[in-house]
Design a protein around this ligand. Sequence first.
Ligand SMILES: Cc1ncc(COP(=O)(O)O)c(C=O)c1O
Length: 417
Amino acid sequence: MTSTLALLGGDPEVAVAGPHFEWPPIDDTTRARVAAQLDAAVSIPGRSGIVAELEDGLQAYFGVRHAITTSSGTAALHALYSAARLRAGDEVIVPAWTFHATASPLFHFRAVPVPCDIGPDGNIDPARVEELITPRTRALMVTHLWGRPADMAGLAAIAKAHELALLEDGSHAHGASIHGQKVGTFGLGSAFSLNGPKPLSGGEGGFVLTDDDDTYYRVLTFAHYNKRCKSEIPQGHPFAPYAVTGSGLKLRIHPLAAALAFDQLGRLDGYLLGRAEIARYLTERLARIPGLEVTPMPDGVITSWYGLTLTYRPEELGGLSVDRFHQALTAEGATEFDRPGSTRPLHELPLYQHPDLLFPGHPQHHRQYPGGFFPVAEHAYQHTIKLPVWHREQDLALAEQYVRAAVKVSDHHKELL
Ligand SMILES: Cc1ncc(COP(=O)(O)O)c(C=O)c1O
């Protein structure tokens, strides 16, 4: 038996005070590149300079014809939905558990998000999608939650059979793949965040990927008016006369964010390899601990390890609550163990319950779902403990201390009851 719990006055297992995980990794090369951008340009209205370099780099990395940067992942999702040509009242099937921005831009089109429960992997469950399809359904949006790829073969087959636009939110999953195919390349288009902790980070920013020219022109006209539209939309295209105004929105990435993201893009595969090493260690050790179950990973899949997720099993620890278990972990100094906060089941959020307050005239057929309606998503949200995954060899020592903290709290659970 290990020593007294820190929560009850013992010494913590993790000696050094947190934070223990800082992202994105910034070194002198990164600093020099971002500083050089200050002299090169701090406003780039066209597809030139660092914006062009980043978009070219993203196209090459993902193997797609078009990458269009935006000011955020939310803006990328907003622009991507514009490509689905949604009309008021159209329905889009979305995961019941995702970060709200995966679906919230739909309200601006007066479209109706239709949440679909998740499977044991935490992603939208292909077996539950078809029962939600109605004559109004236009699109299916998939999040690769915490970086773990969703079942794209199953979801693509459904989208094809029902002529739905298949869209992906890859904001947690840059570089993740299924049998070698990168997530973000399975459907009509995908949106990614470049926000702070994301596997590929520019601090802020986002991008859309697509192979489809029509989607490209729609995203461009939605998010980038004037110069880019003038130079990238061919004369004779029906959107060309709209170049000056676009759709009225300007959702451009900042060049300093583009410089940071471009620097990080060259390092992304290295980060993912390093994370896979540490995740192997963590998975193997944490899976042995009573009260914790590591979310299984299907064969042939590479995840970005945006988060290593554990399902807490109170029944294995005498009914100890997840919050008390988590509190004890934190007291051990393992402060990076985290409970999902704003990434919660969509139907619990006021925007999804009563959108008409913010969006007067929102379609009447928007449903309000009672608690318990999405049992898998709700259970997962209530029982998930997650951990960011380090990528450097020297961080293995920290990973060991985190494992020791979890073993200790599990061993001593009776003292917390
Ligand atoms: C799954 C998911 N989608 C979209 C977003 C929105 O991205 P951003 O914060 O860049 O607007 C986030 C951000 O946290 C996210 O986690």
